[in-house]
Ligand binder design. Structure first.
Ligand SMILES: Cc1cc2nc3c(=O)[nH]c(=O)nc-3n(C[C@H](O)[C@H](O)[C@H](O)COP(=O)(O)OP(=O)(O)OC[C@H]3O[C@@H](n4cnc5c(N)ncnc54)[C@H](O)[C@@H]3O)c2cc1C
Length: 270
């Protein structure tokens, strides 16, 4: 079976800073990591390959630095990594991103199952997986929390939508997006780390994909989303006060005053 896993390199969200004036993420302010949900997607693929003989190909669209993320995926059990990268792809919204990634998948041509994360921790739209399925005209199941059964023709999964869990069966070729509940991603093994170090990451540019792409449908030109304004909400610190034991009466009076002022407490003085 041929399994394609989609991974995105994202900034470390605990450390990243925002340029409040320009309203953009200052990507240089923090290191990068593989989008955590995509590690679950990769783990799901590797677990399938341990049951059914499969090839796991990982694809990422991004800058040349994303090669490192793809090598990490090989260290975690993938067979090969493909980077989709070209200046013409810059400024792509989710629709253009999906069109480009779908073109890369068409270029590979042999695929049974595509696995994506349910969303990214930076863009957070959850649109790319289902959009790729639409572009490729194949079925998809989102929010998969468990693979119940799989053979060479079908996959049966639990899909968590709103408050319900649905048991769904899908024929191949098809796409699933996975949640964090599906598995616990493994750490890279020493043997695979050595393999990853030597691995060649194939790069696909616009020219490599032009048989499947229209220049007007990629990058800024191909992105119907227009961002009017980006605002970063300021973090408001809670105001704290410490009352010492000796001030008990004073503290009590002050607290009652604060509660009354904020209409939390009504005191009947009669
Ligand atoms: C107008 C506009 C311009 C933009 N310009 C840029 C830009 O110049 N540079 C830039 O980096 N971003 C840009 N973006 C952001 C870019 O569109 C998103 O990063 C991208 O579409 C993924 O969306 P998301 O993060 O919401 O992914 P989601 O839809 O939340 O991701 C779901 C899953 O899809 C897969 N996936 C998502 N993105 C990728 C990817 N790149 N490669 C492989 N798999 C992936 C992963 O499995 C992921 O878990 C722009 C967005 C807009 C709206």
């Amino acid at each position: 079976m041929n399994i394609v896993v989609l991974i995105k390199q994202v900034p470390d969200m605990d450390k990243v800073k925002f340029d409040r004036e320009k309203g953009v993420v200052d990507r240089k302010s923090a290191g990068t990591e593989i989008n955590p949900f995509d590690l679950n997607a990769l783990e799901a693929a590797v677990q399938i390959s341990e049951k059914i003989d499969s090839k796991v190909t990982v694809i990422s669209m991004g800058p040349p630095s994303a090669k490192e993320a793809l090598k990490e995926c090989i260290a975690r059990g993938a067979n090969e990594g493909i980077l989709v990268s070209d200046a013409k792809f810059g400024g792509s919204d989710t629709k253009a991103t999906s069109v480009i990634l779908a073109a890369a998948i068409k270029k590979i041509s042999e695929y049974d199952l595509i696995i994506a994360g349910e969303k990214t921790v930076d863009g957070d739209t959850g649109q790319v997986g289902p959009e790729i399925a639409e572009v490729l005209n194949i079925p998809h199941v989102s929010y998969v929390s468990k693979i119940d059964n799989i053979d060479n023709k079908n996959i049966t999964v639990c899909s968590d939508i709103w408050d319900g869990t649905y048991l769904k069966q899908m024929k191949f070729p098809g796409l699933i997006t996975v949640t964090k509940d599906i598995n616990e991603p493994r750490l890279p093994s020493f043997k695979n780390k050595m393999k990853a170090r030597k691995a060649e990451i194939k790069v696909l540019t616009f020219d490599d994909l032009k048989e499947f792409l229209d220049e007007e449908k990629v990058g800024f030109k191909g992105s119907p989303t227009k961002v009017k304004k980006i605002e970063v909400p300021s973090v408001q610190q809670r105001q704290g006060r410490i009352f010492r034991e000796a001030d008990t009466q004073k503290a009590e009076d002050e607290l009652i005053n604060i509660f009354r002022k904020n209409k939390i407490l009504e005191v009947n003085n009669e």
